[in-house]
Every structure is written in C-alpha cells, then in structure tokens.
Design a protein around this ligand. Structure first.
Ligand SMILES: N[C@@H](CCC(=O)N[C@@H](CS)C(=O)NCC(=O)O)C(=O)O
Length: 212
C-alpha cells in the first residue's frame, strides 16, 4: 500500500489527501511533526532532501516529494489530468503558478497569521500581501471566463490552487471581493468525494515555533 508522509495542518498534504479520496485510493499516513524538527532528521532527509511534507512512498519503496508532482503521478491516466498536450500543459501551468505565486503569498501569510508569527509591519509581509492580491485578481479574471482552471473541467490544477487559494480569508484577504474565485471554490466543494477536513494549526502545540 502507498504511504503519505504528512503533517495534518499542511494544505500541501491536504491536496494529496483530497485527490486520493476522489480517486478512492487506499493509503496509510505517517505524521511528521514538522515544528519539532521531524522533517529535518537524516532519516527523513533521505526521503526528501528538502525536508518538507508531503512525501509519497510507493509500493516499491520509492519516495516522491513535492505535492504537485505527487498529484501529477497519482492522476496520470485519470479524468483529473488531461492526456491532450495543450490541456495537459495548461494544467501544469496553473500548478507552476501555484508553486511560484500562491505558496509565497497566500500560503505563507496564512501559516504566519494562524500560528501567531506574522510580522504585520515588515516589508516582506507587505510584499507578500501585494503578490497575493495579484494572484487573486489573476484568478478572478480567469475564472470570470471559465468554470475551472484548465480545459474547463475539474482537474489537479484546481486541487492544487484551491488548497491554499480557497483559504485566502485566513491570510487576511476577503474572497467575497473576488466573486469568480469564490464561486469556483463552491464548484470545487460540490465535486464528488470532496474532502472537507481542514485541520487547524491549533491541534499542534508546537506550531508557533519557527521551522528549521
Ligand atoms: N513545494 C513543496 C512545499 C512543501 C512545504 O513547504 N511543506 C511544508 C508544510 S506545508 C513543510 O513540510 N515544512 C517543513 C519544513 O520546511 O521543515 C510542496 O509543494 O510539496
């Protein structure tokens, strides 16, 4: 059976849990306490040299880190990842967008806000906020014309961007100000086997620590 090395409140791990649920795949979970340093042990760094979760362990013992690579691997050959080259490239385009822009704005602001680590006055916070506004505006413009991000059907591009983008309210934004994005989150929530199980940072007494 495949194994997901995970940290409950990680929305990068949530992406994978959501897809696994929608694929009706069995898997086991190993929790890694990232704020206690469990993702930086020599043993874990052998699984992922960057020391981050999620990591998927395949049946043959191969480790696959990076949430979007895991989504692409699991979704191959399914309705969640197009075969046609251009639609496939558009799917990847939004997954790269997610890593480049959503992670460094909304995801980081959300993490720091919910764990009490946000420095409200720092220039880097202001920069992240501006980037997050650009992200939400770009999504709102695109989703004003399409129901889903790529190929106009639900795919791993939506799973990827939704996982933090859909929680922008937690990062100090108002999704209500981006109505096309808000409507898209409702369409995602209505997908078959949607997983409504966001785990709050408050379950982890160590989450106010800085990551190594
Ligand atoms: N690009 C990576 C980012 C993963 C990531 O940043 N994971 C965080 C949790 S959401 C983590 O494991 N942090 C632990 C650390 O940096 O030590 C992905 O998409 O999987």
């Amino acid at each position: 059976m495949i194994t997901l090395f995970s940290y409950g409140p990680s929305q990068n791990a949530y992406k994978v849990r959501l897809l696994l649920n929608q694929l009706r795949r069995d898997y086991r979970t190993v929790d890694i306490s990232i704020f206690e340093g469990e993702s930086r042990t020599p043993e874990f760094l052998e699984k992922n040299p960057m020391g981050t979760v999620p990591v998927l362990e395949l049946e043959d013992g191969t480790y696959l880190p990076e949430s979007n690579a895991i989504l692409a691997y699991l979704a191959e050959g399914t309705e969640f990842f197009a075969k046609e080259p251009l639609e496939r490239a558009q799917t990847l385009r939004w997954m790269f967008f997610e890593q480049e822009y959503v992670q460094s704005s909304i995801a980081t602001l959300r993490h720091r806000t919910l764990t009490g680590k946000l420095d409200f006055d720092s220039p880097i916070t202001a920069e992240r906020r501006r980037l997050g506004e650009r992200v939400l505006t770009a999504l709102n413009n695109h989703l004003g014309n399409y129901d889903f991000l790529a190929g106009n059907r639900y795919s791993i591009a939506d799973i990827s961007v939704f996982s933090y983008g859909g929680l922008a309210d937690d990062a100090g934004y108002r999704l209500a100000d981006y109505p096309a994005v808000k409507d898209w989150t409702s369409r995602i929530r209505s997908q078959s086997k949607f997983l409504d199980d966001i785990i709050p940072y408050s379950v982890d007494p160590y989450s106010s620590r800085e990551l190594g």
